[in-house]
Write a protein that binds this ligand. Structure first.
Ligand SMILES: Cc1cc2nc3c(=O)[nH]c(=O)nc-3n(C[C@H](O)[C@H](O)[C@H](O)COP(=O)(O)O)c2cc1C
Length: 336
């Protein structure tokens, strides 16, 4: 079940993705309770890291018990990527990933993130610089291609392998797709078929144990990276691992969800100042509460609360015994 590459020894092959604006320290503390192989910090910009921007360093905060832990760099400047990689290694990270998938315009406009998919040779050069700069394993995360007319994941898999990357993660959507429509797992399968030594991680649309098992079976991938499926269900790694071992599923009750929500909020208030905690509680609360029917009043109370103490007391006073699991998400994030 272990997943090993270079000096990294992950206990298993269920990995938790970098999620910008989401996979902060409280999120990763929560994730660690349920045994994923690794948890990633959100991507950080190479330029900001090398100019020692304090906000960027804070995104890389972690605690000793969080190992193995991964960092992810985003950028396109060849001269800066080696120094940035060394900073990540000096901070004690176990794995260094290179982001070639972020679809956001302000990231792609200088050729970073999924903009890198348009310059596959540069991906190889960036990886070579990182590999030469650090001892920890270098990995890369890509999308299937920029758009349907320029699918090049297999080509990039070969380039990344030649440049010394140990692992490549394929998100089976194009940049043009953003997050819309299903991920096409054929691209992951094709990359696995083309890979010689490089390990292939499948990513896209794994939201429960059944979809993770399907991903392994369909693509032959070496590991699965779970992204949105971790939001509001930090236990998904445990669910998948049990299924992989042929164990019966662990029942997740509504009291379990309430306890996890309170735990996550507790980690938030210990880490963030009051004002930021309130904002984070609204956002994170939405991930958990959208799994329940009959919870609208609580959601509104959390959104209107003016202190974190008030949020905790609303949760305690709410009649949780009246709630049911929702068949479909009870509301969208935009409604939070
Ligand atoms: C809010 C959000 C933030 C994300 N941030 C990152 C990031 O920092 N680095 C990265 O490589 N991918 C990032 N992604 C992409 C995911 O890791 C993943 O590739 C994508 O969501 C597809 O997987 P899924 O269908 O399982 O969610 C982000 C996705 C979302 C929704």
């Amino acid at each position: 079940m272990a997943f090993q590459f270079g000096s990294a020894k992950l206990l298993n092959k269920i990995l938790y993705a970098p999620l910008a604006g989401c996979s902060d320290l409280p999120f990763r503390k929560m994730a660690r309770l349920y045994g994923p192989g690794i948890v990633y910090c959100e991507m950080v910009k190479i330029d900001a890291l090398v100019r020692h921007d304090p906000h960027t360093y804070r995104l890389l905060d972690y605690e000793i018990g969080m190992h193995p832990i991964g960092a992810q760099l985003c950028g396109s400047k060849l001269a800066l990527v080696g120094p940035a990689a060394r900073i990540v290694e000096d901070l004690g990270f176990d794995v260094l990933d290179f982001n070639c998938g972020c679809p956001v315009d302000k990231v792609t406009k200088d050729g970073s993130g999924s903009g890198m998919l348009k310059t596959p040779e540069l991906i190889g050069e960036m990886i070579s610089e990182m590999v030469a700069a650090v001892k920890i394993p270098v990995t890369v995360k890509i999308r299937a291609g920029w758009d349907d007319d320029s699918i090049n994941a297999v080509e990039i898999t070969r380039i990344a392998e030649a440049a010394g990357a140990k692992v490549i993660t394929i998100h089976g959507r194009t940049r043009e797709q953003g997050y819309k429509g299903p991920a096409n797992w054929d691209h992951i399968k094709h990359c696995k078929e083309a890979a010689k030594d490089i390990l292939v991680v499948g990513n896209g649309d794994v939201f429960d144990a059944a979809s993770a098992l399907r991903m392994f079976a369909y693509t032959g991938c070496d590991a699965v990276l779970v992204s949105r499926g971790t939001m509001g269900q930090p236990w998904i790694a445990e669910d998948i691992l049990r299924a992989l071992e042929g164990l019966p599923p662990k029942e997740r009750t509504i009291p379990d969800l309430k306890e996890a929500l309170l735990q996550h909020f507790d980690y938030i208030v210990r880490y963030q100042p009051e004002r930021q905690s309130l904002l984070d509680m609204r956002r994170v609360g939405c991930w958990y509460l959208k799994r329940l029917d009959g919870v609208k009043a609580l959601r509104i109370q959390i959104n209107r609360a003016t202190s974190t103490t008030e949020v905790f007391s609303h949760i305690e006073q709410f009649p949780w015994e009246t709630l049911q699991w929702a068949q479909e998400p009870a509301f969208t994030e935009a409604e939070c």
